[in-house]
Write a protein that binds this ligand. Structure first.
Ligand SMILES: Cc1cc2nc3c(=O)[nH]c(=O)nc-3n(C[C@H](O)[C@H](O)[C@H](O)COP(=O)(O)OP(=O)(O)OC[C@H]3O[C@@H](n4cnc5c(N)ncnc54)[C@H](O)[C@@H]3O)c2cc1C
Ligand code: FES
Length: 336
C-alpha cells in the first residue's frame, strides 16, 4: 500500500510504501528532510504530525522523550494513513546526489592515543560534492555501514579528511587502527546528513564538540571562514583529559587569525595542573550564556552529550529551530 505524504509549509508531496520510514521514502524521491543518526536517537529528524497516523515498528523512539505529542521521528515513523507533516525541506542538501564510490586511503596518521586521521581520495578526476558538516558511510561486507563525519570544508576537497576514534572492541575502528594500510580501497556512500551551516541566519553561533565531534564542526568552521561569515563564532570543545584534545593548536590558530572566532576547551576529568574550564561541556556553555535564546547552536559528538546539551539549551530558551545536532550513534548489532 502507498501513502501520500504532504509537507507544510513547502507543500511538497512524496509517497511512502507500507513499512517504509518517512525519511527513507523522502530521500528515495529526492526530498531531503533534516536528519542525522537515522537511529531514533538524535532528534534531528523531528517533524510535527499535522494530520494522519504513524507507527514505530522499530521501537527506536528515544528522541521522542519529553517532546510534544505531535512530534514525529521521520527516520523511524512509518505511515499508517496519508499524512501532513510540518517540516522544512533542506533545499541545499537535496541538490547534491548521494553516490556510492570506491576510495583510496592516502594517509593514516595517529593524532593522539585514540584518534586517527584518515585522508581518502576518490578515483582519478573525481571529487565529492558535499556540504560542510555532512558525513559518509563506509560500506562493509554483509550490508554493514559505519558513519564518519567529513572534517574538511568543500572548498578544500582534494582529499576527504576523517577523524576516527578507536572504539575498544569495535569491529571497524579496530580494523582502521590495526590493519588498514595506506593505498587500501574502501567503499563509501556520500554525502549524507543535514548537519550543515545555516548560512542565511544572522545570529551569533555557538559550536559544541564532544571528542571527535570536532570533525564536522571543523568542516563547518573552515567553511564559515572561507565564505567570510562575520558573525561571532564560539567553539566549546569538551573532552575528558588534555591528551584527548587531539588537534590542540588548530582552534588556537583559528582564534588568532579570525577576530570573530573564540575557543574554550573544557575537560570533564582534568589532569593535575589544568587551569582551564572543567566539567561537562554543555554546562560551561550555560555558565557563559544562561540565556541561549539568541543563538544558533551546532552540537556534535557522543549521543549522551548531544542529548544533555539539547535538553539543557532548550530549557535555557533555545528553540529547536536554532539547534542543529549530529549525534554519533553507532550501528545497531543487527548490521545497518
Ligand atoms: C552521523 C555520524 C557521524 C559520525 N562521525 C564520527 C566521526 O567523525 N568520528 C568518530 O570517531 N565517530 C563517528 N561516528 C561514530 C562511529 O560511526 C562509530 O564509532 C563507529 O561506527 C564504531 O564502529 P565499530 O565497528 O568500531 O564499532 P562496533 O563493532 O559497531 O561496536 C562495538 C561495540 O562498541 C559500541 N560502540 C560502537 N561505537 C561506539 C561509540 N562511538 N561510542 C561508544 N560505544 C560504541 C557498540 O555498542 C558495541 O558494543 C559517527 C556516527 C554517526 C551516526
Ligand atoms: S532521531 Fe531520526 S535522524 Fe536521529
Amino acid at each position: 500500500m502507498t501513502f501520500d505524504i504532504q509537507t507544510q509549509p513547502g507543500g511538497i508531496h512524496f509517497q511512502a510504501e507500507s513499512g517504509e520510514t518517512l525519511l527513507a521514502a523522502a530521500l528515495r524521491q529526492g526530498v531531503v528532510l533534516p536528519y542525522g543518526c537515522r537511529g531514533g536517537m538524535c532528534g534531528s529528524c523531528v517533524a510535527t504530525l499535522v494530520s494522519g497516523k504513524v507507527s514505530y515498528p522499530s521501537g527506536n523512539t528515544q528522541a521522542l522523550e519529553g517532546r510534544d505529542p505531535g512530534a514525529c521521528l521521520t527516520c523511524q515513523a512509518v505511515a499508517e494513513t496519508d499524512l501532513v507533516l510540518e517540516v522544512m525541506e533542506i533545499k541545499t542538501a537535496s541538490q547534491i546526489e548521494v553516490r556510492t564510490l570506491p576510495c583510496r586511503v592516502v594517509d593514516k596518521q595517529a593524532l593522539n592515543h585514540d584518534v586517527m586521521r584518515l585522508l581518502i581520495k576518490l578515483p582519478e578526476n573525481q571529487r565529492l560534492p558535499f556540504l560542510a558538516g555532512q558525513y559518509l558511510d563506509f560500506l562493509l561486507e554483509g550490508g554493514k555501514r559505519r558513519a564518519f563525519s567529513i572534517a574538511n570544508a568543500p572548498h578544500d576537497d582534494e582529499f576527504i579528511e576523517l577523524h576516527v576514534r578507536h572504539v575498544p572492541g569495535g569491529q571497524f575502528t579496530s580494523f582502521i587502527f590495526d590493519a588498514l594500510e595506506e593505498k587500501a580501497i574502501l567503499r563509501i556512500q556520500a554525502p549524507l546528513g543535514t548537519f550543515i551551516l545555516r548560512e542565511a541566519s544572522t545570529r551569533p553561533i555557538i559550536l559544541v564538540a564532544g571528542g571527535t565531534g570536532l570533525a564536522p564542526i571543523k568542516g563547518i568552521i573552515e567553511h564559515a571562514f572561507h565564505i567570510g561569515i562575520t558573525r561571532p563564532m564560539h567553539l566549546y570543545w569538551g573532552v575528558r583529559q588534555q591528551a584527548d584534545l587531539y588537534l590542540p593548536d588548530l582552534p588556537l590558530a583559528w582564534a588568532r587569525e579570525h577576530g570573530n572566532f573564540s575557543y574554550t576547551p573544557v575537560l570533564s576529568e582534568p589532569d593535575t595542573g589544568w587551569t582551564g574550564r572543567r566539567g561537562f561541556v554543555h554546562e560551561a556553555v550555560l555558565a557563559d550564556h544562561p540565556d541561549m535564546s539568541g543563538f544558533d547552536v551546532y552540537l556534535a559528538g557522543p549521543p549522551i552529550m548531544v542529548q544533555s546539551g539539547s535538553q539543557a539549551f532548550a530549557a535555557a530558551g533555545l528553540s529547536h529551530d536554532h539547534m542543529y545536532s549530529d549525534a554519533f550513534e553507532y550501528a545497531k548489532p543487527s548490521g545497518n
